[in-house]
Design a protein around this ligand. Sequence first.
Ligand code: ATP
Length: 477
Amino acid sequence: MSSTRFDEITALCKRRGFVFQSSEIYGGLGATYDYGPLGVELKRNVREQWWRDMVYANKNIEGIDAAILMHPRVWEASGHVDAFHDPLIDDKASKRRYRADQLVEQHIDRLRSKGKTERADTVQKRFTEALNAEDMPKALHSLILSEEIRGPDSGAFDWTDVRQFNMMFETKVGALAGEDSSIYLRPETAQGIFVNFQNVLATSRVQIPFGIAQIGKAFRNEIVARQFIFRMREFEQMEMQYFVHPGTQLEAYELWRSRRWDWHVRNGIPASKLRWHVHEKPAHYADAAVDIQYEFPIGWQEIEGIHSRTDYDLSRHQEYSGKKMQIFDQASGSRFIPYVVETSAGLDRTVLMLLCEAYRKDVVEGRSRTVMAFAPSVAPIKVGVFPLLRKDGMPERARAITDALRREWNVFYDEKGSIGKRYRRMDEAGAPLCITIDRDTLEGEGVTVRNRDTLEQVRVADGQVPAFVSDAMRGAA
Ligand code: ATP
């Protein structure tokens, strides 16, 4: 699926240094991307917002940073070796590969958007049955054929069978590639948390219910990799596992559903662009699962999953490692394996959502401009500082203000080109404020501060600038 708006956003990402194709000079590597100077700031800000909200704001949540490489038994215990598959199907006409389940989901969405609700409900029912069928690939294949779903790129109706494909990347460890040296790049960060569960419990003061949070890379050999940073083979996850008393997991699940939704809204995503998507067939470990979806220009897509994972992971690790995964409950004097509720958000997908939401075009004084209207908390550059002219002491004053702000904020100093062009550059980078030093500044009249969104310009005394910027970044100005 493509969209002009999405294409414009990806073009802007490259032009302004948010995101580049990985290894571009060698023709690029599929579904892997590098973040440029603006992108890395945006991503860091999202990461920090998440960490502050999950770890610092909750006295019962601790952070960790586990290794990407883990003992191969971890992935046997977690079920990934046997069950981390996606059903793939090839369009013989275009030679393109798709996820069979997603073809059906998109077909249902199309039916609904055309008002064919009854038909959509019937297909939905058959889809659920297919996902639960013993021979799931075969059932999905028949559904695609009977619904006459066509290749999204070719429009053809010429499919291969549906096959299961394991998405873990395998590599060798050590100097000699022996039989026992195969390991995997982790496909999710969650298992790093489960295997450290007792370590965290033993070394911190947390008591059940408590959470462990982690942000880090994950790797999946994705079949469909044509959606920019939406679906990558190397990406980052922001995950939190919340350990609770068995029987209380659904309460915790509801709590984290609403807290995660609110976090996205606080980052500037309107609630009207978010929706819930309940899993038809929760993953093998879950007793309830829901996704938060965002309305991307390419359609509604998942950005975060909230899963009630039962005691599946800890029980399996207890079984496979022989180590106790229980905790002692003082109140009842008994031991038990906690249940777990997980919040699992894609860092890169959150960044893409913020890019899509921020992107807009408008006309100012008869000239069109592109604006990235990021919330101040995530904006990669907070303030642009310009001397109106490159003379009469204006650059010196502008640099002094830049230096004063730089201690706390990412500030961009620019003295080249017309003032209109400099504003437009900062609008495209998404800087909420621009400060201009002009003749009046030299005469003690303060600086001009321009607001990116309202275009309002106010004069602020030199000495008040840091406080003014602070208030604006915290949403108080
Ligand atoms: P999808 O159905 O889109 O493949 P998933 O349900 O497999 O996603 P989870 O395993 O629940 O995803 O992972 C949690 C989060 O990690 C997702 O909500 C998403 O934001 C992110 N994520 C998963 N796979 C990728 C990927 N290939 N590229 C970027 N982000 C990803």
